[in-house]
Design a protein around this ligand. Structure first.
Ligand code: AKG
Ligand code: FE2
Length: 552
């Protein structure tokens, strides 16, 4: 059937005049109603429908609303719901014309179109018969193709011309890009003989490297003409980034011209720099140790020198997780710490190793090279009673530890070094005259005879036996049993039997029975009763140890 109809008219039910014989208002479940409309039409549409109805020349079944037949269920009485659902139209616009448009069906593809969506807006003033006539052979904008060529002078042709121009501009741009790319390619060396490279690469794997490289960084050093010098060098640096595996090596393969690679000792200015001139297809290896002792650079060719281009391929073992690497150096107390993955181990995200250092003299700073976090736990064995016969031996141990730490900070300046306190770090000076200003890190084994004047930072674990004389400032945690009718303005005279949750502001007069677990931050005001056992190394050692903190 060719047709039809007015659609998508969603306004007011009162405006709809009703179909013949139907009681007012409309019954939404009415089959006929559903076939025509999802909803009552707007006034203009109502008029048309009313005409249609009054003319009586069309059965209700000729009225179709694709929207209603498709979307509306006969058992769905909710008008609000309907309104939502049926507002979609089958026209490609997807929206509603609010009852203002005829709906045309394409004779080619059956697609429905609002009159104004397919350039037939003028038909909205026509009656059904005229619309039916048009619809018979009407083809929608998707189906109909004009058989006559359009003259270039036509106004719409202008748009197409500019489109053509844009296409041309595009293709010109493309050509330009190609030309630039081409010339860049041509300016790069056309051919560098890398026939020896493969054997070098094999050599890399034959180097019996403990850690296989997983990355390659290629440096390009352009050719340099004496008449036209180019910037063709690499600034002085050390490849000591924490992301490089601690004890891995960097392998560098040179391809092309020979260039001067200079190595300078960064801890000794007096040492003569070492110059390497790696030939094409040769290879040199840098250990991690060399990074911590030396800086290297690729020199700019001399002013009157002409050099060809060079490439260097540097192979490295890299990973982000290496930036959290740990070196644990210590006595047998540390032997239970296992690095690597799996249960009971530190885990893959903290790669590291334990290095045995039974005594202070075994601490080898060289072993720390490449690690980001260094933990030192050593000294217990040096302090065995049968080995320490006088104070001097303790001084010597502290000196040795300081010396190792100093070297460690020198060659691993970026590392975080933590020292587990084992050796005394608050010894009195040889003469015994200096004040003890270093922190007390050893356990307090003597009886506490003086008053405790420092703030109480540990938990109060002993029972509170003295009367509570200070005002109670903490919250009232006792259950409220009586009715609280007035303001409590009088003093608190009864004993407080609930737990003491407020801060302890009065002096602590009871015996100190709990362990002192907080750091001793107050000055040492007790009289010195024991014999003088050492010297005061506190300030010096802490100036060194104080900087050894934290871990990445
Ligand atoms: O080109 C070279 O030989 C040195 C390269 C280098 O030092 C680097 O990539 O870090
Ligand atoms: Fe380098």
């Amino acid at each position: 059937m060719d047709i039809l109809v007015l659609v998508n008219c969603w306004s007011d039910v009162q405006a709809f005049p009703g179909r013949p014989g139907a009681p007012e208002p409309y019954n939404y479940n009415d089959e006929w109603y559903q076939q025509i409309y999802a909803h009552p039409p707007a006034s203009k549409a109502s008029a048309r429908l009313a005409n249609r109805r009054l003319s009586g020349n069309q059965s209700p079944h000729q009225w179709q609303s694709p929207a209603s037949s498709r979307e509306q269920s006969p058992n769905d009485p909710g008008s609000d719901q309907k309104s939502k659902r049926t507002k979609k139209s089958s026209c490609p616009c997807g929206g509603s014309s609010s009852g203002k448009d005829w709906l045309f069906k394409c004779s080619g593809c059956n697609q429905l179109w609002h009159a104004s969506c397919c350039n037939l807006k003028g038909t909205n003033s026509l009656n059904q018969a005229a619309v039916d006539k048009i619809s018979k052979e009407w083809m929608c904008p998707w189906c109909w193709v004009c058989p006559y060529p359009k003259p270039g002078s036509h106004s719409s042709s202008l748009n197409e011309t500019s489109l053509l121009e844009r296409t041309l501009t595009c293709s010109l741009l493309q050509k330009l890009t190609d030309t630039v790319t081409d010339s860049i390619e041509k300016s790069l060396p056309a051919a560098i003989d890398i026939s020896g490279l493969q054997s070098q690469l094999k050599l890399t794997s034959d180097l019996s490297l403990e850690h296989k490289p997983n990355s390659v960084l290629i440096n390009y050093y352009p050719s340099c003409d004496r008449n036209c010098p180019t910037d063709s060098h690499l600034a002085s640096h050390s490849d000591d980034e924490p992301t490089i595996l601690a004890d891995s090596k960097i392998i560098t393969i040179s391809v092309g011209a020979s260039r001067k690679v200079l190595f300078e000792n960064k801890h000794n200015n007096g040492e003569k720099p070492i110059v390497l001139e790696p030939k094409s297809n040769s290879l040199y290896v840098m250990s991690r140790l060399s990074q911590n002792w030396y800086r290297h650079c690729v020199l700019q060719p001399e002013e009157n020198e002409s050099v060809e281009e060079r490439f260097s391929l540097t192979f490295r073992t890299l990973s982000q997780k290496f930036s959290r690497s740990i070196l644990l150096m210590g006595d047998s107390n540390t032997k239970e710490v296992k690095f690597g993955e799996g249960s009971g181990k530190v885990g893959a995200s903290y790669p590291g190793k334990r290095v045995k250092a039974a005594r202070v003299r075994d601490i080898d700073p060289m072993q720390c090279i490449g690690y980001q976090n260094i933990f030192l736990n050593c000294g217990t064995n040096d302090l065995r009673c049968n080995e320490i016969s006088n104070d001097e031996q303790i001084y010597q141990l502290v000196d040795k530890l300081q010396e190792r730490l100093a070297l460690m900070t020198q060659i691993c300046p970026k590392a975080n070094i933590s020292v587990v306190p084992v050796l005394p770090m608050s010894l009195r000076t040889r003469s015994g005259t200096g004040p003890d200003t270093g922190p007390d890190t050893g356990p307090d084994t003597g009886p506490d005879t003086g008053p405790d004047t420092g703030p109480d930072t540990g938990l109060d674990t002993g029972p509170d036996t003295g009367p509570d004389t200070g005002p109670y400032t903490g919250p009232d945690t006792r259950p409220d049993t009586g009715l609280d009718t007035g303001l409590d303005t009088g003093p608190d005279t009864g004993p407080y039997t609930g737990p003491d949750t407020g801060p302890d502001t009065g002096p602590d007069t009871g015996p100190d029975t709990g362990l002192d677990t907080g750091p001793d931050t107050g000055p040492d005001t007790r009289p010195e009763t024991g014999p003088e056992t050492g010297r005061d190394t506190g300030p010096e050692i802490w100036s060194v140890l104080g900087s050894y903190t934290g871990m990445k």
